[in-house]
Design a protein around this ligand. Sequence first.
Ligand code: SF4
Ligand code: SF4
Length: 340
Amino acid sequence: MEISKVYFYDNVSNLKAGVNSFFKMIVDECQTEEAVGIKIHFGEKENDTHVSAKHLSDVTKFFKKPVFVECNVLYRGNRLRKEDHIKQAHDHGFDFIEIDILDGEMGEDYIEIEIDTKNTQKAKIGRGIKNYDNLISISHFKGHIVAGFGGALKNVGMGLGSRGGKLDIHAGVSPQIDTVNCIACGSCAEQCPADAITVDDYAVIDQEICIGCAQCIAVCPEGVIKIPWGNRPANEFLEKMAEYALACVQNKNWWYINFLTDITMKCDCVGTRQQPFMEDIGILFSKDPIAIDKASMDLVIERNNGVDPFKSHNKNSNYILKYGEEIGLGSIKYDLEMVK
Ligand code: SF4
Ligand code: SF4
């Protein structure tokens, strides 16, 4: 098994200097005139523990055309549609370079990337990814209720899935309509690309025709089209997320930066303020998404007195790492090198 290099910068009082060191390492390896996609989670409305924009503000000194890239989210909130998503990003200070929402206005624009894995043969990824050969994942390492932890793998695999891709990872089945509260307005049927919805007294989805694009969730004015969360067994959810990450990274250059700061029990999609439960650790950098997430998890456990703090979410945080290694995403074995 190969041993991957993971770099560790631990001066938490000057994180921007650490990020700049990592950007320099990327530039030394790959100088490009083309756009460099920077995949980051801008944080839901009230969230203030996401990676702070101020740490990245020197990015234009390193890359000719850096662009923040993201996809719309599956659930209702401030990042459901492109316009609101960009406004939310600006409100959180991500306003100094262009933002490219890769799956269009409402998460409808995706490409199917073919992969040969256990659960996924065609991953629905935001179409705009095809415009980027060089990408940097910047993720906030923290807990996640379903995945156990969220780091590079989740940032890429879940983050760049189109809305339908995210539904595929979470549930793999059609959305469900709360027929009691449906007002039969017909918006969902008008938008459905598969003509899978009929509306009489209330809307009904034909499960046989539905292609799982999740467009109807975005357009329903009453918010009565629901995601069947938890429909997938936990391990299958994790496998799907790793498989989607594989689809995103194939034939592309990726670098990964994980922020082990403001570490919270839940992810940045939670629209309320969360209290970090441990001291900041620093930032990691690697070319390997498995190695960086493994190193992140190991450091969190070590600084948390040897206890996995996310164990209550998912009894085995290592499952996705081992599976990711199996499908060729990277290596669990790593060599940690300090960077000043
Ligand atoms: S019902 Fe139509 S809009 Fe909704 S997920 Fe299925 S195909 Fe997409
Ligand atoms: S958009 Fe919502 S409220 Fe309108 S018909 Fe569809 S499910 Fe019912």
